[in-house]
Design a protein around this ligand. Structure first.
Ligand SMILES: O=C(O)CCC(=O)C(=O)O
Length: 292
């Protein structure tokens, strides 16, 4: 099944994201202007065992019916709201039951997403199938998460205070990206809220009366194909739509560089409370590692 995604009603920046085949570290640094610009890398994931072997049968066998935590949504949008106390609702399920649900074409009223689950703690069996990309500095803390679900799942517009390589193993993902300098048009939740990294705007159906400056926002779109990895610099806003019936991705998160502390979002948080940015990073990692 292929899911189509409506473009938002705002305009494209007219930019595209460059693709670069198997760059060396110095080519990667050049293409990203020293970790500042998104770029799509081709040819690297094909070297992973996961790329050849990750079928549902293989994963069912490797994970031997283990209990997993699966996020649930009534409308395929997976987000933090006041209504659910800013925690994604989830259930425990046998991995095989989850993959049966995927194979049966997700014809249910509740939709599932194996969402941002740290591989090292939750799926160590899968670690030999992937490789930490060499573009990540040695000796830094890296968190690799597994994401697995079906077409139509949406992670709404947000930024992360970490560097990110989003690696697509199966299925495609469509992303809408907004540069940090667009932040004033994107209406973040308040700094002292539980979700200061999320936009209040529903970008596919925006309320322009409430969010008039969103009309001036400019996005860059890309579709990540299986075997491709996207570098997302810290503080770049992104909304992510899964396409295709089986969608599997890994993302690698690691600490930001000094220059990133000058992004508008970091400055806004600093201005309100200087300790917050460190806490933000810490909580991101500890939240993720406590997930399962
Ligand atoms: O793939 C998704 O649904 C969301 C991924 C994401 O937001 C990220 O990698 O930061």
């Amino acid at each position: 099944m292929t899911t189509s995604v409506e473009n938002p009603v705002v305009q494209s920046s007219g930019n595209t994201i460059a693709r670069i085949h198997k760059p060396t570290l110095s080519e990667f640094k050049q293409a990203t202007q020293s970790y500042s610009k998104p770029v799509i890398i081709t040819g690297k994931i094909e070297e992973w065992k996961a790329f050849d072997s990750w079928s549902i049968d293989y994963l069912n066998q490797a994970l031997e019916n283990k209990e997993v935590k699966i996020s649930v949504s009534k409308n395929k949008t997976f987000t933090f709201t006041e209504e659910n106390d800013y925690i994604l609702p989830s259930i425990q399920m046998k991995f095989n039951d989850f993959t049966d649900w995927i194979l049966n074409g997700d014809r249910t009223e509740t939709f599932y997403y194996l969402y941002q689950t740290p591989i090292e703690t939750s799926f160590p069996e899968l670690l030999p199938d992937i490789a930490t990309p060499e573009y990540i500095k040695k000796n830094v803390f890296v968190l690799a998460n597994l994401w697995m679900g079906t077409g139509g799942n949406t992670s709404p517009l947000h930024w992360d205070s970490v560097q990110n390589l989003l690696c697509q193993v199966r299925g495609r993902k469509k992303l809408l990206l907004f540069e940090p300098k667009q932040t004033s048009c994107l209406y973040s939740f308040p700094v002292n809220s539980k979700i200061p990294h999320m936009s209040q705007v529903k970008i596919n159906n925006p309320d322009f009366n409430k969010f008039p400056k969103f009309k001036n926002a400019r996005y860059t779109e890309c579709t990540l194909e299986p075997g491709e990895m996207l570098f997302i610099p810290p503080f770049w806003w992104h909304q992510v739509h899964s396409l295709d019936q089986l969608n599997i991705a890994i993302n690698f998160w690691w600490g930001m560089n000094f220059k990133d502390y000058f992004a508008p979002q970091a400055r806004r948080i600093f201005a309100s409370s200087p300790q917050q940015i460190g806490l933000l990073i810490k909580s991101l990692f500890s939240k993720a590692s406590k997930k399962n």
